[in-house]
Design a binder for this molecule. Structure first.
Ligand SMILES: C[S@@+](CC[C@H](N)C(=O)[O-])C[C@H]1O[C@@H](n2cnc3c(N)ncnc32)[C@H](O)[C@@H]1O
Length: 223
């Protein structure tokens, strides 16, 4: 990548997880928390792209954004949007995209537990959901975004030949993905190795590669 990251000092004090509320849909709350990302239901997100068209590719939980920014270089003719609950990371990515005049990549402060109603059906080519927070403890597992409802939403927005890409380094998260995919009956899926995965490396993925931690990858297609 041609970005000179020395120009963009990484935000300090990034917390691993933000307030618990952010992992739950607003409709489940009686009072709107003071710190909660805006609901995008009526948002026109075409404004974030030079060509004023809708996004083609989603990166859900884009984190520190390396993958998102590299992807925009791999697919210069596609509009790519990342969603992330940690606001400082979103601001950092937005600043790079603006300063480098990347007209095809943007990140939004948003918690995807509130759905993807602002995206048209049959409009998205690729969805990446890579190395989600594992939430290993039993009491935390209701914070996981990956569910039959999430898959219904992805199925609605994906084009007929669109694909969903999943990766994790946690065997129990992989098992959770397989179980929800099976329950939903909406996708065909196959486990693949790195050789069949022709995409840039995410921040978490490069950590796993460095430490030789095995990665479970799934490619899912609409039935
Ligand atoms: C373990 S990190 C992985 C980041 C990146 N995909 C990678 O592979 O390096 C998971 C990211 O998902 C974000 N996240 C968790 N729940 C989310 C939600 N409901 N909506 C949007 N982002 C979420 C977290 O803040 C975190 O940055």
């Amino acid at each position: 990548m041609k970005i000179d990251f020395n120009k963009y000092p990484y935000p300090r004090k990034i917390r691993h997880h933000v307030g618990t509320n952010l992992y739950f849909p607003l409709k489940e709350m009686t009072v709107k928390p003071s710190y909660y990302p805006p609901i995008l239901d009526d948002e026109d997100i075409t404004i974030y792209f030079n060509n004023k068209k809708a996004p083609d590719i989603l990166d859900i939980g884009c984190g520190k954004g390396k993958f998102l920014l590299d992807l925009s270089e791999k697919y210069p003719d596609k509009n790519i949007i990342g969603f992330e609950v940690r606001m400082a990371l979103v601001e950092w990515i937005q600043n790079i995209s603006k300063s480098e005049n990347f007209g095809n990549v943007w990140a939004l402060w948003y918690t995807v537990v509130n759905g993807l109603n602002f995206l048209k059906e049959d409009s998205i080519e690729k969805v990446f959901y890579l190395f989600p927070d594992p939430w290993p403890k039993k009491r935390q597992q209701n914070r996981r975004l990956f569910s039959v409802n999430f898959l219904k939403d992805l199925h609605r927005v994906l084009k007929n030949d669109g694909k969903l890409f999943l990766a994790t380094d946690c065997d129990y998260v992989h098992e959770h993905h397989l179980a929800e995919l099976q329950k939903s009956e909406l996708f065909k899926y196959k486990q693949v190795e790195k050789e069949e995965w022709n995409f840039p490396v995410t921040n978490k993925e490069s950590f796993c590669i460095r430490k030789e931690i095995p990665i479970f990858r799934l490619i899912c297609e609409k039935k």
